[in-house]
Ligand binder design. Structure first.
Ligand code: TRP
Length: 461
């Protein structure tokens, strides 16, 4: 892709040209004024882009079920970057979503070389303990391990039929020497993302996946594969409106009315079209042109938004006929906070981040030596002002510790004007972070007895 950005989910070296990513990967910007009770991460533009979030918002406003699923690799200590994901999950949960969280132990094995029993220890001691402390509702949260949920792996395997090595090369840059466990990881992740829609896991409903922008390649892959499995497509009609078309594949050709000789099995085909007609009538469309031989129905008066209305019924019909009926997942994307040294945050370099179990003295030391946007001398700082955009202490107030927008705005303008000095900014951050870490520590103690309960039954053994 000449001149384009590429996103590599396994590299710590990510582009921060967010506007360009929206453009290049066809994301939509988030308008937080359209969200119910927007979280500070939305209000500040940190959760900045999405795919199909409207499906979730529509379900929310019409009190229909929707779910949230995300996953984390249990590859080390949990830090502030991971907390952002959990905060978003919690926000969706507060808006009414059911929650599934994958412990990505197979991915950690494949990409970080961690044995599964080690992953389990880290997951329970670090991750699930913090999910509980961060306030996820145990009644409505299921944490499971990729390695112990066979349906996720089975689905991943099946979805593999709808992609190939060239697509993996294009999306992930995989080459001939790529380890095959690594090649399987994105398919397992597609299984993670889609399995909550299966009947045993809650059935057909929109599922949103909140992740860092580095994970978008997996969503592109999963969305593409999901739509390739669909038996019915909806596309724009050339002269206005929409067209529903049959997507005949090996597995469904009989069900969709293709005879064993390759010709049309009229009885069967007409039955399918009666079903489709009944769906459209039920949804309130009176004017449609069915062409069973050609395998399509035109709906001239349908608008682009009617697609979202029609699709669930088609997926439901597909399920009744024996297909998976998978809806493309929705997703939201967050930007990354800068690491404390001024470059990338990474759990393998403790000096770049604050761990959720960090003691206050260690945190204080890290903030004091963190990268600053202040001027080299007091006189210059007063005269020119500091730069909060690169100042770790300010950025961490913004991303993690100061939830009051007007307090944050005041600190920001005080810093820009030179009124607030670098040392003062760091102290503000230290004060807020101390309170935060102390509270979290206390919550961890209070919720420790819940850890087992967060685990789905297949994760308890
Ligand atoms: N790949 C994710 C990560 O690095 C973890 C993950 C696994 C995940 N399955 C998922 C994220 C499903 C979102 C949805 O850390």
């Amino acid at each position: 892709m000449a001149g384009g950005i590429s996103i590599d989910p396994w590299s710590s070296n990510q582009s921060t040209d967010y506007a360009r990513m929206i453009e290049q990967f066809g994301l939509e910007s988030i308008d937080h004024s359209l969200l119910p009770n927007p979280h500070m991460l939305h209000r500040r533009g940190i959760v900045f882009a999405h795919r199909d979030l409207n499906l979730i918002l529509d379900a929310h406003s019409s009190s229909k079920p929707f779910g949230v699923l995300t996953g984390l690799m249990p590859s080390g200590r949990m830090h502030l970057g991971h907390k952002m994901v959990v905060d978003q999950v919690k926000w969706f949960q507060e808006q009414g979503a059911d929650v599934s969280i994958a412990v990505a132990d197979l991915e950690a094995l494949a990409t970080r070389g961690l044995p599964l029993d080690e992953c389990r220890k880290i997951a329970l001691g670090e991750y699930v303990a913090n999910y509980a402390a961060l306030g996820l509702d145990v009644e409505n949260t299921q944490v499971y391990f990729q390695s112990s949920r066979p349906v996720v792996q089975r689905l991943g395997f099946m979805l593999g039929k709808r992609t190939n090595l060239s697509e993996f090369e294009a999306i992930y840059g995989f080459a001939g020497d790529t380890n095959l466990a690594h090649v399987q990881a994105p398919l397992v992740q597609a299984g993670d993302i889609l399995h909550p829609q299966l009947e045993e896991y809650g059935g057909l409903r929109p599922i949103v996946v909140p992740v860092g922008i580095d994970q978008d390649p997996h969503l592109r892959l999963t969305r593409g594969i999901a739509s390739k499995t669909n038996w019915f497509n909806i596309s724009k009609r050339k002269s206005g409106g929409l067209v529903i078309g049959l997507s005949v594949q090996d597995e469904n050709s009989h069900a969709l009315g293709v005879g064993s000789d390759g010709g049309i099995d009229e009885g069967r085909r007409n039955w399918v079209f009666e079903k489709l007609g009944a769906i459209l009538t039920h949804l309130g469309f009176s004017d449609f042109l069915a062409n069973p031989k050609h395998g399509s129905i035109e709906i001239p008066a349908a608008t682009g938004r009617d697609r979202d209305l029609i699709r669930p019924s088609l997926l439901q019909l597909e399920r009744e006929m024996g297909g998976y009926g998978l809806l493309q997942p929705s997703s939201t994307y967050h930007q990354f906070a800068i690491g404390m040294t001024g470059d990338k945050m990474s759990s393998s370099r403790p000096e770049t981040t604050i761990f959720l179990t960090e003691d206050v003295a260690a945190m204080e030391k890290k903030v004091k030596s963190s990268f600053s946007g202040g001027q080299p001398s007091l006189e210059e700082h007063r005269r020119l002002g500091g730069n909060p955009d690169v100042d770790v202490a300010f950025q961490y107030l913004k991303y993690f510790f100061e939830d009051d927008d007007s307090a944050l705005a005041e600190v920001e303008s005080g810093y820009r004007s030179g009124e607030i000095l670098t040392g003062q900014m760091k102290q503000l951050c230290i004060d807020k972070a101390s309170t935060y870490l102390n509270n979290l520590n206390e919550m961890r103690d209070q919720t420790a007895h819940l850890v087992e309960e967060f685990l789905a039954t297949d994760a308890r053994t």
